[in-house]
Ligand binder design. Sequence first.
Ligand SMILES: Nc1ncnc2c1ncn2[C@@H]1O[C@H](COP(=O)(O)OP(=O)(O)OP(=O)(O)O)[C@@H](O)[C@H]1O
Ligand SMILES: [Mg+2]
Length: 455
Amino acid sequence: MLTSAGWLLQRIVMLLSLAAGIIVYSPWLLVVLILSVLPAFLVESHFAFLGYNLAHEMTPTRRRLDYYLLLASRKETAKEMKVFALANYLEGKYSEASNDIILKHRQLASRRLIWGALFAVLASTAYYGCYAFIARQAFLQNMSMGTFTFMVGAIGGASGHLQMIFTLFSSIADQALFLGDLMLFFEEKPSIDFSRSTAIPPRPLQNGIVFEDVSFQYPGNEKPTLNQLSFRLDKGMRFALVGENGEGKTTIVKLMARLYEPTSGRILLDGRDLKDYNVDELRKEIGVIFQDFIRYDLSARENIAVGDISRLSDDEGLWEASHKSNAFELVEGFPERLDQMLGRRFDGGVDLSGGEWQRLALARAYLRHSQILILDEPTAALDPMAEHEVFQKFAELTSDKLALFISHRFSTVRMADRILVLSQGKISQEGTHDELVHADGLYAQLFEAQASSYR
Ligand SMILES: Nc1ncnc2c1ncn2[C@@H]1O[C@H](COP(=O)(O)OP(=O)(O)OP(=O)(O)O)[C@@H](O)[C@H]1O
Ligand SMILES: [Mg+2]
């Protein structure tokens, strides 16, 4: 837009100098020239606006196209695309969506072309009319040869500048429409207000975390996920959270990290509402590995150091973390050890198994010196031996910290000091493994369902 604006200015200055000459001879010629390009300009602007509206209307379709393209071209999706033979199906969907876009654009382009051509003829007629007029004046010897030569050049130049001015102007107007969208986007405010959150979390932690009647409903969902949930997590203990799929375990973690805010109720850290704490400082104290952790196509070093990126060059710390998460041997076995490139996106990268990636991801939590450690299904992809070792190390580590892990494996869950059972948005049971197995309830049922298949 800025470049166009510069050109526009340049053209206007050039037009003005020629216009001055034309006006001296005949102001009407200038008026005719301007009027002749005006309709074409109005038509252009009108169609630019329609084009913008079409782009808006087609945005969801274009996003679908992007997604199909992504599905068809990523390494992560390649296995299923091939095994389920989805190429033709996806291609069909892609064609359908892109044909829709092409058709609508073609219709618009045809109309633009017809109207544009019509008014271009009008402009040309006026332009040559002006030439005819001065040619006639020269023929009738009302005009000197010098004036005639000047006027021929001036009319040609002025007409060219005028057309360019209108073209530049409409392109600026066109882009300004999209600029409006950008401004709207910049005006978006985050739905969580962090401005009055300034307190620093206590170090060391005195008590722990308390959920007080916390309810939570995702925006757009009909039913609340958490319903007046209350429980406490005391420091120095290892808690396990169990519950069936979709009960809201991960949601609880998101609330603790203030990725969302409770719809009602409070979450307290050492007696103070989470809302009071500076969010960056709070997140420093929370080391969380989500169940859908990211496999970075970066070096092994970076894959671990994302847990605390300020320690990227702290080799000793990185090795120690890899040791705790059972990734030590894996990293040591790489030809380039910590600096081994991972993933297949870049040259020289090696791909890992699901469990190997998970060990690396776990190391992130150990690298981070946070007081609250949360592992959401940290061992789902680990083999039983690795899982056992990970939890041995987890136990050593957490004496002055608060640890919460979420797992569907009772071999893991039973090692917790305290187990919370989440059901229908509430904590329905709480206790040690032994207490809960002997109590009549959901935990005993879930445990029995898993244990029976091992007998
Ligand atoms: N971003 C979201 N927007 C809307 N609804 C969501 C969102 N994330 C989760 N949900 C819904 O909230 C409910 C709880 O999801 P959550 O991920 O917390 O379950 P979970 O207990 O961790 O399950 P799992 O054992 O499968 O990991 C689910 O019914 C899910 O549909
Ligand atoms: Mg979950």
